[in-house]
Ligand binder design. Structure first.
Ligand SMILES: NC(=O)c1ccc[n+]([C@@H]2O[C@H](COP(=O)([O-])OP(=O)(O)OC[C@H]3O[C@@H](n4cnc5c(N)ncnc54)[C@H](OP(=O)(O)O)[C@@H]3O)[C@@H](O)[C@H]2O)c1
Length: 332
């Protein structure tokens, strides 16, 4: 009895193998062709986008008009938040809303912004408390109207090592610095999507990309907030009129990191809160997704991705970032 051919065809073995080879060859050819086409299309688009960005660096770009925007800044009473309120007001924002826990500084900033001729309101709200965020957001909508620019700026730093930190303090940083952004964004984003007009801003930190010892709570919360913004930014790609900006500043001279000391302060001077605020508002007006401050921090990202861990550890020790939190006196 003749054996039943395995491929169900009575072709002779040689013929069958030639046929198989040709099917494989055609399939592979098609795959390679598609890959090349995709690469070509991608690289053309990439070249266009990179060229566009490079031109944008040298030519003055058109800044978005803020005169119809209502801006809400969490932690807007002091530090970078207060400077952001000044900057948004100076650049013509319609209304400014400040959130925070300390009434005294919220009141002072509100008065100052009103004197600049901009409508300003403040609300006491702990962004780490989900229910409080939703209730205050409702009150803002009723009293002020729709928020079209949300700046997630509020944050705290406990500033200790893991074993020296009590559990509640560790939780508090995560609640305020990371989860707080979930709640505020959930409260205001739906209306922005309806209006097809909105911008979510996150004041993050370079410590999200390169952590230091002695601020484990803060670095963890900022790295998590970075991932949150990365995911949110990509998720907004097909939402017309709504986008996001993440700002990653280096050490800035506010009360937050009081007492922190780097080894070469002249080489790496702290940023001024005015500079961070100005560059942040500009990034919103330019619809820039990511802003590292100062620009030299890009070198940090590159070094981190190419150097071996031992070499990175030497840099940390040499630059003093390894011990900079030993003198920290800040407050939460
Ligand atoms: N300073 C730096 O070296 C530096 C560097 C990189 C990035 N950043 C980032 O920049 C942002 C602003 O920092 P900063 O230097 O201006 O700090 P800051 O002077 O300590 O101000 C922090 C602000 O957050 C508010 N805040 C804290 N917890 C809050 C809560 N639970 N609910 C509502 N508001 C709260 C504070 O107001 P109340 O205390 O009144 O609530 C205050 O207005 C932060 O996200 C920080 O991580 C700072």
């Amino acid at each position: 009895m003749r054996p039943v051919p395995r491929w169900g065809s009575p072709r002779r073995p040689k013929e069958r193998s030639r046929c198989l080879h040709s099917t494989w060859a055609t399939g592979l050819g098609r795959f390679v062709y598609k890959l090349l086409l995709l690469r070509k299309l991608l690289s053309v688009k990439m070249i266009y986008l990179v060229a566009k960005a490079a031109v944008g660096l040298v030519l003055p770009a058109k800044l978005r008009d803020l005169s119809r925007e209502n801006v809400l800044i969490t932690g807007g009473g002091r530090g970078i938040g207060r400077q952001l309120a000044r900057e948004f007001a100076a650049r013509g924002a319609r209304k400014i809303v400040l959130w925070g826990r300390t009434e005294k500084c919220l009141k002072e900033t509100t008065e100052e912004i009103r004197q600049m001729g901009t409508e300003c309101h403040y609300f006491i709200c702990d962004v780490g408390n989900r229910e409080e965020v939703y209730q205050t957001a409702k009150a803002v909508r009723e009293k002020v109207g729709d928020i079209t620019i949300l700046v997630n700026n509020a944050a705290v730093v406990h500033g200790r090592s893991l074993m020296d930190s009590d559990d509640d303090a560790l939780l508090k940083s995560q609640h305020i610095n990371t989860l707080g952004q979930f709640w505020t964004t959930k409260a205001f984003l739906p209306r922005m999507l309806e209006l097809q007009n909105g911008h979510i801003v996150c004041l993050n930190s370079v410590l999200a990309l390169s952590a230091i010892p002695g601020a484990i709570d803060y670095c963890t919360s900022k790295a998590s907030a970075f991932a949150f913004m990365e995911s949110l930014t990509l998720g907004l790609l097909d939402c017309p009129g709504v986008s996001a900006t993440t700002v990653l500043p280096f050490h800035t001279s506010t009360e937050m990191f009081q007492g922190m000391r780097v080894r070469f302060p002249n080489l790496f001077p702290p940023l001024k809160p005015e500079t961070v605020a100005r560059r942040t508002v500009e990034a919103v007006q330019l619809n820039q997704a990511l802003l590292l401050l100062p620009w030299t921090m890009h070198a940090l990202v590159i070094l981190k991705s190419i150097l071996p861990q031992a070499a990175l550890e030497e840099i940390h020790k040499f630059s003093g970032t390894y011990t900079c939190m030993n003198t920290f006196k800040g407050r939460t």
